[in-house]
Ligand binder design. Structure first.
Ligand code: BTN
Length: 325
């Protein structure tokens, strides 16, 4: 697309003016096409200055423009992000992926600047205000045995922690399902999948990731439980760079199902981050409540819990309470 070719030329000129005539000759398009391209880039938030008889210059390239172009060109992997759909507003990126699953392909990414009906686990709402957070869904269309799904989600949680460490320079920790900064949640993951009855394998997985990035405040009912990377680190975070890091880190474990061979490392990193060993926890699974002490994790990512009566339970899903480590 012409506009991104213009952008790259302006970038290479490092803040110097470049004439419309030069751009049009270089790209072999009309001056009107250059003018339209420049306007479209400005609308997307690029800081371009235009002066008569001088031309155009990109005077600030530190913007946080989330677009397929910016993200794709920085991805290092081969599976994730062949197609990236970016929306300004959507109901929910996970709901969109589910609706469109037949035409979506393995590795497709859906990103929105705002969600009107952001969904969390257990039918909760995920607060998704405009231009503050990352609301992103990764579509995996491959056959995975249900046994490996928890392991995959554990690997993904670790990968997001790596990306947060790189971009926000903080060390996040994990509760069973959430990523936290200090004692408050900064990221939630909602994994949804469909199983094929005959084979018992997945047809697709939809991995929804919500990160509170640059929020400066939260509604009253949330502010004791959640925070943002900006509040915790004290600095504004570039969401585009964080998205790129998250995808690159996730690719390291999803490409060629590497999480299977990296099982041992994934589980031991996860256990360190959740810090639940020997802690007493309460886990709610639908109407059932399990109370016990965590003694480890099995090789599928299930928590091993010993109850007061000495009986062992392996837990893969549910809402965990009482782990305020
Ligand atoms: C949770 O904390 O309970 C999970 C939250 C998951 C939120 C993400 S944001 C992108 C994707 N779309 C949704 O509607 N939910 C997930």
């Amino acid at each position: 697309m012409t506009k991104y070719k213009i952008l790259e030329i302006l970038r290479n000129c490092k803040g110097e003016f470049i004439s419309g005539e030069f751009l049009s000759e270089k790209l072999q398009v009309s001056r009107t096409a250059i003018w339209k391209g420049i306007n479209s880039l400005k609308e997307k938030g690029y800081k371009i200055e235009g002066i008569n008889n001088k031309g155009y210059r990109l005077f600030d390239d530190t913007g946080d423009t989330i677009s397929e172009y910016e993200i794709k060109k920085n991805l290092i992997g081969k599976e994730l992000g062949k197609h990236i759909c970016c929306f300004e507003t959507i109901d929910s990126t996970n709901s969109y992926a589910k609706k469109e699953i037949d035409r979506l392909q393995h590795g497709d990414i859906i990103i929105a600047d705002e969600q009107l009906k952001g969904r969390g686990r257990m039918d909760k709402v995920f607060y998704s205000p405009k231009e503050s957070g990352i609301y992103m869904t990764i579509v995996l269309k491959e056959n995975i045995f249900p046994d490996s799904i928890k392991l995959l989600s554990v690997g993904i949680a670790n990968a997001i922690c790596h990306a947060i460490e790189q971009e926000a320079e903080i060390v996040p920790n994990l509760t069973w399902n959430d990523i936290r900064a200090g004692r408050k949640k900064v990221c939630g993951i909602l994994t949804e999948y469909s199983l094929e009855l005959e084979t018992g394998k997945t047809e697709y997985l939809i991995i929804g990731i919500g990160i509170n990035v640059n929020n400066t405040e939260f509604p009253k009912e949330l502010k004791d439980k959640v925070t943002s990377l900006r509040i915790f680190s004290g600095k504004e975070i570039n969401r585009k760079n964080l998205i790129i890091s998250v995808l690159n880190e996730i690719e390291k474990i999803t490409a060629d199902k590497k999480y299977i061979s990296q099982r041992k490392n994934i589980l031991s990193e996860y256990m360190k981050r959740i810090n639940l060993l020997d802690k007493k926890v309460e886990i709610k699974i639908m109407d059932k409540k399990i109370i016990g002490t965590v003694t480890g994790i099995n090789d599928r990512g299930g928590l091993i819990i010993i109850k007061a009566n000495g009986k062992k339970e392996i837990i893969y899903n549910g809402e965990l309470k009482g782990a305020e480590n």
